[in-house]
Design a binder for this molecule. Structure first.
Ligand code: 13P
Length: 249
């Protein structure tokens, strides 16, 4: 865990969730009422943001978007700006998730421009990086993630920046890296952030993501420079998610 940083446990609902699933957010908000830490974040689909914001008003649960356009408004059918997400109640936005990099061809340069937009709108960007299985097996994981970091992070990201290391081969598969591999990567990311951002790099929370479950969360909690987790499937049910939250208390 480490560093005096308040850990962040974030749920990425991806393209899941109808209005009836707001009950899960209601349950998370209720169950976390008396937990001073970790910080809890849910990133539901944008269709649920405003209703979720009403539910979470006055609670410790914060909300985020899953992507944003780089412009504040304009002729971009189907897109949402960072300002719109902030207006709907988001405090954070996930950027450069590997599913967006793969399915929408997002490059690290685009991620950096979106991060600027997030900061302009007062949102804290959660910038995702991570290697494929082939890249790891070829011994290229650190170099690949280093290059993604360099190109994705704006030069002056401010105090709210979060970086999520999500090895692509661990997402939704039930396969996870070993604690040693995660420790090595997070130490590397911390050191790269120090080179790029100076002392600001020590303040960035580093999340691990990829098949985080209540059964394996203790492995991640114990690692230096793991300041929280980014949870997909196990964030959809409040009972599962709260077990992960409690591991970071
Ligand atoms: P899973 O926890 O379902 O593997 O998803 C991880 C993820 O992609 C979170 O952003």
């Amino acid at each position: 865990m480490t560093d005096g940083l308040v850990p962040l446990v974030a749920g990425n609902w991806k393209m899941n969730g109808l209005r009836r699933d707001l009950d899960e957010i209601r349950a998370i908000a209720g169950a976390s009422a008396h937990l001073p830490r970790p910080e809890i974040l849910i990133c539901p689909p944008a269709t649920l943001l405003m209703a979720a914001a009403e539910i979470c008003a006055g609670t410790a649960v914060r909300l985020g978007g899953q992507d944003c356009h780089n412009e504040p408004s304009g002729m971009h059918t189907g897109d949402l700006s960072a300002e719109m997400l902030a207006d709907a109640g988001a405090a954070y936005v996930i950027l450069g998730h590997s599913e967006r990099r793969a399915e929408h061809g997002e490059t690290s340069e685009e991620v950096r421009i979106k991060a600027h937009a997030a900061l302009r709108a007062g949102l804290m960007p959660i910038i995702c990086v991570g290697e494929t299985r082939a890249e790891r097996e070829a011994g290229e994981a650190l170099a690949l993630v280093g290059a993604q970091l360099k190109a994705s992070i704006p030069p002056h990201p401010g105090p709210g920046l979060v970086v999520a290391y999500e090895p692509i081969w661990a997402i939704g598969t039930g396969h996870t890296p070993t604690p040693t591999e995660v420790a090595e990567m997070h130490t590397f990311i911390r050191s790269e952030l120090g080179i790029g951002l100076g002392v600001g790099g020590t303040k960035v929370r580093l999340l691990y993501g990829g098949s985080v479950r209540s059964e394996n969360v203790k492995e991640w909690v114990a690692i230096d420079n793991v300041n929280g987790v980014l949870v997909g499937g196990a964030s959809l049910k409040s009972a599962d998610f709260m077990q992960i939250v409690k591991a970071f208390q």
